[in-house]
Write a protein that binds this ligand. Structure first.
Ligand code: SF4
Length: 247
């Protein structure tokens, strides 16, 4: 089976534990206003590669990744779930740590069987929750929030460890009520190992210019590190409150 690959990074340090071989899959149904990889959006383009071809660079330097592993990101890797499953299955047969960076957007009752297969070979999910408010989620990404939260619950039910990722953008997600609400939701899960609250940055603008696309957040300034830290504290407050209520 071949997958559509956007690119491969051989020295990833933020997409899971240790040093990682990071595979960027092509194709994404979301249109996050702050996306810094609009060149990954289009489906069925990029380089078509077999699992063995994708992993060639990994096996050339395998000792390098001994405390890390392989992360699949995008784009939205779940758009090619069969390929990711084959890739992860192969890696698990060779005792390599696997991480999936996703928004969970394709999860549904109809697709659940495919997820049941995928999670057998998935050690960690980096789950991007873009916005905790349903209306805000649609405005920010052009997609519904429900599948994302259903996927988060599904991972919790199956005890798959997750690192949560949330980008804070002034006037969009940087609001106390949303951050607290996000924390309350996360507190209902049983598998959260880390919560990363990331400041919005404008590094993607160049790509929009190159692709002749209008940048949707051109009037929004970058989030400061201090404010991102502050935002994380509010999420944690909600998280702790939620955990307390469960006791
Ligand atoms: S999910 Fe990721 S790749 Fe897709 S639009 Fe959002 S930020 Fe961009």
């Amino acid at each position: 089976m071949k997958g559509y690959i956007h690119s491969i990074e051989t020295f990833g340090t933020v997409d899971g534990p240790g040093i990682r071989y990071v595979v960027f899959m092509q194709g994404c149904p979301l249109r996050c206003k702050y996306c810094h990889n609009p060149d990954t959006w289009q489906m069925n383009t990029g380089q078509q590669m077999e699992v063995e071809e994708v992993l060639k660079g990994f096996y050339n330097n395998q000792s390098f990744y001994k405390d890390g592993g392989v992360t699949v990101t995008g784009g939205e890797p779940l758009m090619q779930i069969e390929f990711v499953t084959e890739l992860f299955k192969y890696l698990k047969q060779h005792q390599v740590h696997t991480a999936l960076d996703t928004s969970g957007i394709t999860f549904s009752e109809k697709t659940k069987e495919k997820f049941d297969e995928l999670i057998k070979y998935t050690d960690l999910v980096l789950l991007d929750i873009k916005h905790i408010d349903p209306k805000g989620h649609v405005e920010l990404t052009q997609q519904k929030l429900d599948p994302v939260l259903a996927f988060a619950r599904y991972l919790s039910d199956h005890q798959i460890p997750v690192w949560i990722r949330h980008v804070v953008v002034y006037d969009i997600t940087y609001k106390e009520e949303y951050l607290y609400q996000l924390g309350l939701f996360l507190g209902t899960l049983n598998n959260v190992k880390a919560i990363d609250v990331l400041p919005y940055h404008t590094m993607g603008i160049v790509k929009y210019q190159q692709m002749n696309l209008e940048y949707p957040l051109k009037d929004t300034k970058e989030t400061s590190k201090d404010d991102a830290l502050q935002a994380r504290n509010i999420v944690l407050k909600g998280y702790r409150e939620s955990r307390r209520n469960r006791m």
